[in-house]
Design a protein around this ligand. Structure first.
Ligand SMILES: NC(=O)c1ccc[n+]([C@@H]2O[C@H](COP(=O)([O-])OP(=O)(O)OC[C@H]3O[C@@H](n4cnc5c(N)ncnc54)[C@H](OP(=O)(O)O)[C@@H]3O)[C@@H](O)[C@H]2O)c1
Length: 332
């Protein structure tokens, strides 16, 4: 019998979640049944979209249940298998994070070939955030030669990859982030103009100064004042990929965009997307990022919290911004 600690949702937060909204529990796992696999999680991801799942409302993913373990992307190692497709030692990806170990039917477990990448890369550059950056920039925003690209939450998991892919493809990139360390990180990545939204009172003015001839693509991770600034600076026929709007995930009042009417005259395209519709491109993504890393063209930065008991705190750091790059929890 294997003991596993897991994090459960104790209450549904109405505003910014607190540690009191989570509880830690311990469960005993029997040996896996026929057709099941037992997995020990090595790494788990905390992601902003999980905040939406804490609210009891219909969406593209069902809400988390109270008093049940949360769920999310995790990479683990098979420790026992009663399914022919898996053997002990296989590295697998599932959506059964927020727990140290579990038994599950083989159908919800995906074997991954690490290649040259470390396991946790499959939760960042070669996982959901990587896919959001890759698909959002190349397919949704339809990046074209010569485009000037603006990215918000640019030092984060998705944003830092958007910036780097755009630089690899030869574009001028403007990135917005909060705080001096993160601004320095963006400079290290080769971002051409960095906006510190925490010290810049007027994001629209800062963006116009950085891109006097306007922007062609905005990759939106934040919404509100950032989206309004992007619409203001957009050239005719600019494309805006709506990846996320984290500034409104905790019930904050909307800060705009108050200038949406400009989208008509400028003939803008604003297009939302969700990675679940693009999972078929995960293999292509892993191959691309492996190549870029091997060529020294792509960096992956992580902020790591250790231990399942630190997972709620790691999640809250997505909203305080107290981290650089991908926020991860190391479980073993
Ligand atoms: N559409 C999809 O399928 C999909 C998939 C993955 C992610 N996403 C979205 O992509 C965005 C980025 O996700 P991620 O995983 O890469 O997270 P992340 O950027 O690594 O972490 C969240 C960052 O959001 C910024 N932030 C938080 N509150 C903010 C506020 N009020 N105003 C401005 N910035 C704020 C902070 O940036 P600073 O550190 O710069 O302060 C924080 O570091 C999120 O909106 C997420 O929901 C969408």
């Amino acid at each position: 019998m294997l003991m596993s600690r897991e994090v459960r949702l104790k209450s549904r937060p109405a505003t910014l979640p607190t540690m009191a909204d989570f509880e830690l529990a311990t469960v005993a796992l029997d040996d896996p049944d026929e057709g099941e696999v037992q997995v020990q999680n090595l790494w788990m991801s905390v992601d902003p979209y999980m905040r939406g799942r804490m609210v009891d409302r219909p969406s593209y993913v069902p809400p988390f249940e109270l008093a049940q373990p949360l769920q999310g992307a995790a990479v683990g190692k098979v420790v026992a298998s009663r399914h022919p497709r898996f053997k002990e030692g296989d590295i697998v990806r599932t959506m059964l994070g927020w727990r140290e170990a579990f038994n599950a039917s083989a159908g919800v477990i995906q074997k991954i070939e690490l290649g040259s990448l470390p396991p946790q890369a499959f939760l960042s550059i070669a996982g959901g955030p990587g896919l959001a950056a890759y698909v959002g920039l190349l397919k949704i925003a339809e990046l074209k030669p010569g485009d000037v690209v603006f990215v918000s939450a640019a030092s984060g998991a998705v944003g830092s990859l958007v910036c780097q892919i755009a630089k690899i493809k030869g574009h001028t990139v403007i990135g917005s982030t909060g705080g001096a360390d993160k601004c320095r990180y963006l400079e290290e990545l080769g971002v051409d103009h960095v906006i510190d939204y925490q010290t810049t009172r007027d994001i629209a003015a800062a963006l116009r100064a950085a891109a006097p001839n306007g922007i062609d693509v905005y990759f939106d991770n934040v919404g509100g004042a950032h989206l309004e600034a992007a619409i203001d600076a957009a050239r005719p026929f600019a494309r805006i990929a709506l990846c996320g709007m984290i500034a409104q995930y905790n019930g904050e009042p909307s800060e705009g965009p108050r200038n949406i009417l400009l989208a008509v005259a400028k003939r803008l395209t604003l297009k939302g997307f969700v990675i679940n519709d693009h999972l078929a491109q995960l293999a292509e993504l892993a191959s691309e990022v492996s190549g870029w890393i091997a060529a020294g063209r792509l960096k992956s930065r992580e902020t790591v919290a250790e231990g399942i008991d630190r997972a709620p705190e790691a999640f809250l750091r997505l909203f305080s911004g107290d981290k650089i790059g991908k926020m991860l929890v190391k479980l073993v």
